[in-house]
Design a protein around this ligand. Structure first.
Ligand code: HEM
Length: 412
């Protein structure tokens, strides 16, 4: 039987970040988008009330929701992202306890700042660097040290390259996708071997690596080495992905020089403005387009029926640019977040709901803190911006300044 609504998978691939906001503008009531994606009925929601609806476990399940090509590149088979209920909560503890502890966040920030300073201080001769590439390397070395990954420096360089490839290639067919698959296989193999070796040796220091190695599932069994490797990559890959936000931070400092002045001001306290800047980078620039799951049963949203097993999408990019939530949403203004922290159901670049019990990103504190610290360090470095292609194509997922944001080091 021919479905009444045309499948929009190709439109998504062609339009990228604009696809869902565009479909919403054309939707009859401008609130809910009914469409078809990957051969399934799909319903896209939007807004803080929709965030609460979407992150209610009774409404949305994740098992079977993510397409194979996304699992084989971005997240890995058996990842925490694919679990529901008690199994999800038990696995999630492994991340939440370690990643949100302020002392642990502070230790990663300190390591990232130290590696950043070593990297740039080592450049005796001023020259040009691609900020995106440098940031990915800094973050890979920092997360390797902080998480206790048994990688030497060459392997840390490979980790940076492979984690960037996994994120870059998850949403697109063709060579980028094949590169992402190969990158994942390589890193899963290396890390699974490291897990097996660690298990054959006495326990090491208390690190995220050791926590994954020694973790027990609810039945008492350890994670199999492949799943352990997948979850280690779920710490390393997204930490390295903060490089996308660092490149966007460079773009913002260049485009709105007042923000750079303020981050360089010696009288400016290190905390509040840099954090507000980090939040605005996460809101303003396009990274995650939407998150998705499957309707756990027949549901209804604002009178709209949603059949069991339909795909439910939460429009992250659209929500982060909704004028009802963010006055003048295409103005870059860290001031929005200076007087008060963002409402957790409004600002959702890393998902919504509750971090511990739901699927909200457990790395949000890390992302904000690391991005704030590196944006401040970047603002204080001497650089200029040579001519280059600074366009950020919205059709490409994930996107970045086309040039990766090149800077010429030296006096500005
Ligand atoms: C580059 C910045 C980051 C972005 C844009 C980001 C975005 C996201 C998003 C959108 C989700 C899914 C929410 C959902 O499924 O509803 C997520 C989940 C997750 N993130 Fe992040 N994240 C980032 C950084 C981090 C960091 C630094 C870590 C760890 C160190 C991390 C670890 C995870 C994990 C383990 C999950 C799965 C949570 C679950 O399914 O319960 N992320 N992230």
């Amino acid at each position: 039987m021919t479905p009444l609504i045309q499948d929009r998978t190709v439109a998504l691939l062609l339009q990228g970040y604009g696809w869902l906001p565009d479909a919403r503008r054309r939707a009859p009531d401008g609130d809910v988008v009914r469409t078809r994606l990957l051969g399934r009925t799909a319903v896209a929601l939007h807004g803080p009330e929709a965030v609460r609806f979407f992150y209610d476990e009774d409404h949305v399940r994740r098992a079977g929701a993510l397409p194979g090509p996304v699992l084989d590149t971005l997240f890995g088979r058996g990842a925490v992202h694919t679990l529901d209920g008690a199994g999800h909560r038990a696995r999630k503890e492994l991340f939440v306890d370690r990643l949100t502890d302020p002392a642990a966040v502070g230790a990663l920030v300190a390591r990232a700042e130290a590696v950043w300073h070593e990297t740039f201080a080592a450049r005796a001769v001023p020259g040009e660097v691609v900020l995106f590439d440098e940031a990915a390397l800094v973050l890979a070395r920092a997360v390797r040290d902080w998480a206790g990954l048994p990688y030497d420096d060459a392997q840390a360089v490979g980790l940076a390259r492979d984690c960037v490839a996994m994120v870059d290639g998850f949403a697109t067919p063709g060579p980028r996708h094949l590169r992402a698959r190969r990158a994942r296989s390589r890193q899963e193999e290396l890390l699974a071997r490291a897990v097996e070796e660690a298990r054959a040796a006495p326990s090491g220091p208390d690190t995220p690596f050791e926590a994954v190695v020694r973790h027990r599932e609810p039945g008492g069994s350890p994670l199999d080495p492949h799943t352990a490797a997948v979850e280690l990559l779920n710490i390393a890959r997204p930490t390295i992905a903060i490089a996308w936000f660092v490149a966007f931070a460079g773009h913002a400092l260049h485009r709105w020089p007042g923000t750079r002045e303020r981050l360089r001001d010696p009288d400016e306290a290190p905390g509040p403005y840099a954090r507000a800047f980090a939040h605005e980078v996460r809101r303003f620039y396009p990274f995650v387009p939407f998150v998705g799951g499957l309707a756990a049963r027949d549901l209804e949203w604002h009178g709209e029926p949603i059949p069991e097993d339909a795909m439910l999408l939460l429009d992250v990019y659209g929500q982060n640019h909704d004028p009802a939530l963010w006055p003048d949403p295409y103005r870059f203004d860290p001031g929005r977040f200076l007087s008060r922290p963002p409402h957790p159901d409004a600002l959702i670049p890393q998902g919504g709901g509750d971090t511990r019990t739901g699927h909200r990103c457990p790395g949000e504190d890390i992302t904000v803190a690391v991005l704030a610290a590196l944006a401040r360090a970047l603002a204080r470095l001497e650089w200029t911006v040579p001519p280059q292609d600074l366009r950020i194509p919205l059709r490409r997922i994930p996107t970045a300044p086309r040039s990766g944001f090149r800077i010429a080091l030296g006096r500005d």
